[in-house]
Design a protein around this ligand. Structure first.
Ligand code: NAD
Length: 260
């Protein structure tokens, strides 16, 4: 068995109490990284599952809509672990509604959580990463960072925005050991997507399983959900030496969605 190659490093994953964030945190912890967890809900369970992998954890409940709470989280992470070596900007929410009826407060929340929070964590993490001349910033965008879908204006705008932020961060760090890349999943069966499956099942009066097939059939040629484990493996790859010169990519894992 080889030594986990991220031993001694610290990864902060926003929105890691469930779904993709927890999957990415798990994959990085399996490679030995200490993990700073964040997000709402059942954080104790998430923390226990990561600690069971033999790494240390810190949970911080910063609300990604609030820059002062983000600053507090970044400071707490630095105090506990010295610095954040791997930053995963993953926290996100969805709201599905036509533009003319889109609640303005939902627009603000989606932009704040899915886009602006990544600006704040990145600006706060970069100085120490640059000083160490090593760092990884991984932005969880979406296939919606590459293509649009009706009734997802705020989400698509935020995800296209984070793909842009990824490119600029990659350019500003291009001569350093810090890289920044985005992951663009298609459908992943997490609580965020289960809500959309539930809405489809109710609207069409069909079962949960049928609703999943309808959802996949509309967009994803593979007819398969991407898994948090598959996304975790991509995040781990970005952290390897082979990822040293992978800069500013928006890498879709979307079952062919964006290829159409
Ligand atoms: P999820 O609902 O399972 O998890 C979202 C996480 O974000 C949770 O930990 C939640 O507590 C946290 N969160 C929500 N609001 C927050 C706030 N204000 N402050 C701090 N944390 C907050 O969703 P998921 O599907 O795992 O989504 C994770 C990321 O992946 C999101 O950015 C999402 O846009 C993206 N994504 C998901 C899919 C998918 O199919 N599920 C596809 C593409 C991209």
């Amino acid at each position: 068995m080889t030594t986990p190659f991220l031993k001694g490093k610290t990864a902060l994953v926003t929105g890691s109490t469930s779904g993709i964030g927890l999957g990415l945190a798990t994959a990085l912890a399996q490679q030995g990284a200490h993990i700073v967890l964040n997000g709402f809900g059942a954080y104790a369970e998430a923390e226990q599952s990561i600690q069971a992998l033999g790494v240390q954890t810190l949970y911080h409940g910063a609300d990604m809509r609030k820059p002062t709470e983000i600053e507090d989280m970044m400071q707490a992470a630095a105090q506990r672990f010295g610095q954040v070596d791997i930053l995963v900007n993953n926290a996100g929410i969805q709201h599905v509604c036509a533009i003319e009826n889109f609640p303005t407060e939902k627009w603000d929340d989606v932009i704040a959580i899915n886009l602006s929070s990544a600006f704040h964590t990145t600006r706060l993490a970069l100085p120490a990463m640059k000083k160490a001349n090593w760092g990884r910033i991984i932005n969880v965008a979406s296939v919606h960072g590459l293509v649009g879908s009706a009734e997802k204006s705020a989400y698509v705008a935020a995800k296209h925005g984070i793909v842009g932020l990824t490119k600029v961060t990659a350019l500003e760090t291009a001569t350093t050991g810090v890289t920044c890349n985005a992951i663009c999943p298609g459908w992943v069966l997490t609580p965020l997507v289960q809500q959309q499956v539930d809405a489809k099942a109710a609207a069409l009066n069909i079962s949960n399983e049928e609703a999943k097939r309808v959802l996949l059939g509309e967009k994803e040629p593979s007819m398969q959900f991407t898994t948090p484990e598959e996304l975790g493996a991509l995040a781990v790859f970005f952290c390897t030496a082979a990822g040293n010169n992978v800069r500013g990519v928006a890498w879709n894992m979307d079952g062919g969605w964006a290829a159409q």
